[in-house]
Ligand binder design. Sequence first.
Ligand code: PRP
Ligand code: ZN
Length: 299
Amino acid sequence: MDKEQRLRVAIQKSGRLTDHSLDLLSRCGLKYSRGKDQLLCYGENMPLDVLLVRDDDIPDLVREDVCDLGIVGGNVVNEKRLSFLARGVEPLFEVLQSLDFGRCRLSIAVPDNFNYTGPQSLAGRRIATTYPHTTSHWLAENGVPAEVVTLSGAVEIAPRLGRADVICDLVSTGSTLQANHLRESEVVMQSQALLIRTPVPLPQAKEDWLNRILLRIDGVQQVKESKYIMLHAPRSALAEIRRLLPGSESPTIIPLEGTTDKVAIHAVCRENVFWETLESLKRAGASSLLVLPVEKMLA
Ligand code: PRP
Ligand code: ZN
């Protein structure tokens, strides 16, 4: 297939989303070989190539139609959207779906000895961030007049260097803040990975592949938590057992050879099945319980 027929997806080159993004694409069936420059992965069994770039560049690449798709944090998407709007440019990318990884939050963090009692504590202060638009937007919403100091990185050391009083930065485990004697004091936004696409209509063959990939992503996300559960139960306990099965649709009920009052129940549970659930099922009369992971699912 020529280049015009191949989908191109931009993902983060190195960072919190990289491994999860590649893993998701692999689970969707993609086999790829990595180019010499390590920046392009060529899809061997699908017309889909992966471009590895800085996460901040992903919305631009999709907006400028260099890439058809992007996997990027909601934090970056939000910041870019606000910056495009501020420049009077249409934010030409569409969020297709939330992905089940990359959870973190953009937060205000203050030095350990800073007396933070609420947003107004930031009035007149300097806030260092790589997310100036999101930060300004939040300050305006809270009616706090403060100075936003835009940095390109190493935000967490800005207070110690005297470049700012507090920071607004991404937090996931909190270890960066801790190492820099900072304390998370306000969540500005929650974030997770998003799949974005160009709003430009694609040639039909590409659109078709995109739709197939979206269905596969749905399948991948559903099976993560899903379990296949099998058990034996007395007919009299059927109602109670169905109630206990977490997130399952109609189970399959199979008669058991040599008995009329017992059946086998097979069901897909779209939630994790915990030991507590198995114990409750057993108390309700179930026996021979078996829980299996689900590998693939297609609705
Ligand atoms: C963020 C942030 C911190 C770190 C926080 O950077 O700037 O350095 O993650 O994570 P922690 O709470 O687990 O310590 P990120 O790796 O996302 O890099 P980027 O901002 O350059 O994309
Ligand atoms: Zn980044």
